[in-house]
Design a protein around this ligand. Structure first.
Ligand code: GLN
Length: 445
């Protein structure tokens, strides 16, 4: 914990990963932990962790990097935070993100920018940009992120770290500020696969406070890191290496696929034919759910409240002043898609497409153990590059959103460099088979 704070003091002025720090309480907690006998300590005991700022933490301000939650101090902690406590981990602070987890570059944070530790002029990815940058900069060895359409995997790829989006329902969402409830999952970001497996083991499992959490036994993921992938059946979707994926990224991913063959896996090309509709369906569904979820921020219940003469004006002013542009854009898009005259053409259609996308995955998984491809079409782009062009930023999510729409688990691990920037390899697995994903990921290490 001391080392984490020393490193944060030295570097975070430039990186910008941390929002609130929990220094006094964390150092006291760490000192108490020093007294616990070694035999009573689990593998994560006493280790420092940063928690994404859309996960509520009792006693530590939680803002979702939005002005509208300024000064909001939650009265309870998320289930995952309780589980970290049970594992003996020390929460050293809250990490930066795109406002309400909407974005792919962390440039939508209302508080400050995050810089990619590999090149400060580049974006760390988003929305869990703070989570990935904090680990890449060596400020903390562990962070939690959330992933609705790629927000764990894309920043992990951009920052050269390991990020896992578990199966929908694997980890409790209780205390995660909802963006799109049918897509959101919390997951671990770490420097290596073993740490990642340990942390997922600690936070996974059914929770009576989240009716969408699944009652499926949590196996030991670490036990599955055997290094042996002989006979494993790997599918590579042709759509994931098509036009739009940069040559540099393609070269590293193809080299990783060769390595899988050398290790004894069999590799075939397959098709996920509805992938091309995934972005459109994702932005309709996620914005629709967001427009409903974010209605609770009204100036009465949480955080910021604007000056106003009457109640209606208070709602209006609070939301007008409290939300940033991207959040407003999504609320408008979502409200429109759910409206009586447009529902059938947009929301309902998007849900039908979602089913087709899920069926594409089901079909491939009848025959194959994992699906492998790039996490992102390019390496990290320059900060400020796409500020006026949300469509270009949305397009960057093309390879990650289908996974959330289907609900399957996927990891991003580093697989080489293109022009000195890290490239991410995405490994997608069957429902609740995170263990197989970890086994494949570990075979590279
Ligand atoms: N970049 C995507 C978006 O802006 C994903 C966000 C996320 O996973 N939270 O919606």
């Amino acid at each position: 914990t001391k080392e984490a704070y020393a490193r944060i003091d030295a570097l975070d002025g430039e990186v910008g990963a941390f929002l609130a720090l929990n220094k006094e309480a964390a150092e006291q907690e760490a000192a108490e932990k020093d007294q616990v006998p070694f035999e009573e300590r689990g593998p994560l005991f006493g280790l420092p962790i940063g928690v994404k700022d859309n996960i509520v933490t009792e006693g530590i301000e939680t803002t979702c990097a939005s002005k509208i939650l300024e000064g909001f101090n939650p009265i309870y902690s998320a289930t995952v935070v309780e589980k970290l406590r049970e594992a003996g981990m020390v929460t050293v602070g809250k990490v930066n993100m795109d406002e309400f987890a909407m974005g792919s570059a962390n440039e939508n944070s209302a508080i400050k920018k995050v810089h990619n530790p590999w090149d400060f002029d580049r974006a760390p990815g988003g929305s869990s940009g703070g989570s990935a940058a904090a680990v890449a900069a060596g400020e903390v060895p562990f962070t939690l992120g959330s992933d609705t359409g790629g927000s764990i995997r894309q920043p992990a790829a951009f920052c050269g770290v390991v990020g896992m989006k578990p199966t929908y329902g694997r980890v409790s969402r209780y205390g995660l500020v909802a963006f799109a409830s049918s897509l959101d999952q919390i997951g671990p970001i770490t420097r290596n696969v073993r740490d990642n497996a340990l942390l997922l083991e600690a936070i996974a499992g059914v929770d009576e406070h989240d009716s969408t959490s699944a009652n499926v036994e949590v196996p030991s993921y670490v036990d599955q890191l055997t290094g042996d992938i002989k006979g494993l059946k790997v599918a590579v979707p042709q759509e994931y290496l098509a036009e739009g994926v940069s040559e540099g990224v393609k070269a590293q991913v193809l080299a990783a696929i060769e390595k899988l063959k050398e290790l004894g896996a069999t590799v075939d090309t397959v098709s996920l034919p509805h992938s091309k509709y995934a972005l459109a369906a994702y932005y309709i569904i996620s914005s629709s759910e967001a427009s409903s979820n974010l209605s609770r921020f009204d100036g009465i219940r949480y955080g910021f409240r604007a000056e106003a003469d009457n109640l209606e004006d208070l709602y209006l002013q609070t939301r007008a002043q409290g939300f940033g542009d991207e959040v407003k854009r999504r609320i408008m898009l979502g409200t429109y898609s759910l409206s009586a005259g447009t529902y059938d053409a947009y929301y309902k259609k998007a849900q039908q497409v979602r089913t087709l996308i899920k069926q594409d995955f089901d079909k491939v998984f009848e025959e194959y153990d994992v699906i492998v491809g790039p996490t992102t079409p390019t390496t990290a782009f320059k900060l400020g590059e796409n500020l006026d062009d949300p469509m270009t930023v949305y397009a960057n999510d093309i390879l990650t959103v289908p996974i959330n729409l289907a609900g399957v688990p996927a990891i991003s691990i580093p697989c080489g460099f293109d022009n000195n920037m890290p490239v991410g390899l995405q490994i997608i697995g069957k429902y609740f088979e995170e263990g197989t994903i970890y086994r494949v990921a570990d075979a590279f290490e």
